[in-house]
Design a protein around this ligand. Structure first.
Ligand code: BG6
Length: 485
């Protein structure tokens, strides 16, 4: 299948940091369909060879395992082409159309790796130039809007030009192998389904912790904040995958329908419940891994006195028969103690304990990052004379599964997977407009409540697990975050 992949924002950060390394990996793994071209467009004038040299140099800034050798780059570079384009000029889109039509590939994937405020202009111009035929797909990077109204406006324009099936909205978390494994765990195994409900599960905790700060992205981050950057998209997508009903088929819309139902069942926030159930924090200076790091307000391009949150913890419920009353906690932030992303499913303890000692419950830990695996904590008797026979208390043991070891050569990075899926037209791992809008609708009351709250976020020391209020949020229900147990 021949393809053209057009990268709008062809010299931007996203292109060289994420997309090119991912495309190169796909190429190295022999997964990129033959007969492809990667057509980069951006504002400045460059020849193909200048552009190739630019990309080659940028590879020195990415992870060394993802860097091509000279020979590999020379082969990969043959796919790369460059053209200057002014995104506000209709003629430049006609030029792009000619460039694409000259080859008439089976599919053309138009990846908008630009600043989001350009999305509507680009889509309108693509439509006007006739670059919206059935073989065209458009890929939209987050952030898709900064509230419900702006997301709806983007979707209105996208839908006026493209069919929903042509629109590939990226949430790169959906491309992570561990997240796809969540689907496999739930719907490819009969073991867990009977237990996957309120009768057996006490609470669910989603933690997306980063130890990095906002780095050089202070201006972007300050306009965005953690709720928009991580909760509205990544954390809610994970929540839907945990809570959704089994889809009837593996078609994209079958699971997207189920995910949407979960988003619609989330308990709506009120000003009172935001005050009670949502904790926003901002890091101050602290130390991570023995290194002193500055506070958020000392970061480059962050305005003095900013109230932007770098941490969110919240409690919600999925209001349906399966989950009624089960707390779902989400916690995510920058400059936290460790870079780890995981989902912890805390089962209920046995109803009638017969062993001495604490009545510990089973725990399933779905590890997303940095490890990629599953850990199932069970209670076991150590046995043996030394441990006091039948009166002994039980000890926790875990069944540990490391997917990277189990499938060493088959792990595919998130962007690699998503780019290949966009080229192949597989929509399963992309977000539909109604899901995305519903997620904005749900976070809206939190944004509104914060906008009228002059107190601002709670401070937490860099290197901690966030403000103490995040622990209190969970402790109120009689639970604790996994690392506090
Ligand atoms: C991005 C956010 O969507 O996800 C970043 O904009 C965040 O702020 C990143 O650092 C986290 O992604 P990952 O794959 O590194 O966990």
């Amino acid at each position: 299948m021949s393809f053209d992949l057009v990268l709008f924002g062809g010299t931007g950060d996203l292109t060289w940091r994420k997309l090119m390394p991912a495309l190169f990996q796909a190429f190295r793994h022999g997964k990129l369909p033959p007969g492809g071209r990667i057509l980069a467009v951006a504002r400045d004038d460059r020849s193909d060879s200048d552009y190739r040299a630019f990309i080659r140099d940028r590879f020195f800034e990415v992870d060394s395992s993802k860097r091509p050798s000279d020979t590999e780059f020379a082969q990969f570079a043959e796919l790369l082409h460059y053209r200057r384009m002014d995104l506000s000029k209709p003629d430049d889109y006609l030029g792009l159309k000619e460039w694409i039509d000259e080859r008439n590939a089976d599919t053309a994937v138009l990846y908008l790796a630009t600043a989001p405020h350009l999305f509507t202009v680009i889509c309108e111009q693509l439509g006007a130039a006739g670059l919206n035929g059935p073989h065209i797909r458009v890929v939209l990077e987050k952030p898709l809007g900064n509230d419900l109204a702006s997301a709806q406006e983007i979707n209105r324009v996208v839908r006026a030009v493209f069919d929903e099936k042509q629109a590939f909205r990226i949430d790169h978390y959906l491309g992570k192998p561990s997240v796809q494994n969540l689907m496999a765990l739930r719907f490819g195994n009969a073991l867990f389904e009977p237990l996957w409900r309120r009768e057996s599960i006490a609470n669910i905790q989603i933690t997306l912790a980063e130890s990095i700060g906002v780095g050089t992205r202070g201006d972007f981050y300050d306009r965005t904040g953690t709720l928009r950057d991580m909760v509205q998209n990544h954390a809610l997508q994970l929540l839907t995958m945990i809570a959704m009903e089994p889809p009837s088929t593996n078609d994209a819309d079958a699971s997207r329908d189920e995910k949407l139902k979960v988003l619609r069942s989330l308990k709506p926030f009120t000003p009172e419940s935001v005050a009670r159930d949502v904790v926003r924090g901002q890091y101050r200076a602290g130390s991570i891994g023995g290194q002193q790091v500055p506070g958020y307000l000392e970061e480059q391009k962050v305005p003095a006195g900013s109230h932007t949150e770098t941490f969110v913890a919240l409690r919600t419920e999925v209001q349906n028969w399966r989950w009624a009353g089960v707390p779902f906690y989400i916690r995510t932030g920058k400059r936290l103690a460790a870079p780890h992303a995981q989902i912890v499913v805390n089962f209920r303890p046995v109803p009638h304990p017969i062993f001495s000692g604490p009545n510990r419950a089973n725990q399933l830990i779905i590890k997303l990052q940095p490890e990629d695996g599953l850990e199932l904590q069970l209670q076991a008797a150590k046995g043996g004379l030394a441990t006091g026979g039948m009166n002994e208390s039980l000890s926790p043991v875990s069944l540990d599964l490391d997917f990277e070891k189990a499938f060493p050569s088959e792990r595919v990075g998130a962007y690699e997977r998503l780019l290949l899926d966009a080229i192949a037209g597989r929509l399963n791992l992309f977000v539909r407009s109604d899901e995305q809008e519903q997620a904005w609708r749900w976070v809206g009351p939190i944004l509104d409540a914060w906008a009228s709250d002059s107190e601002g976020p709670r401070q937490y020391a860099a290197g901690s697990w966030g403000p103490a209020a995040a622990s209190a949020l969970v402790a109120r229900d009689g639970f604790a975050w996994a690392e506090e147990e």
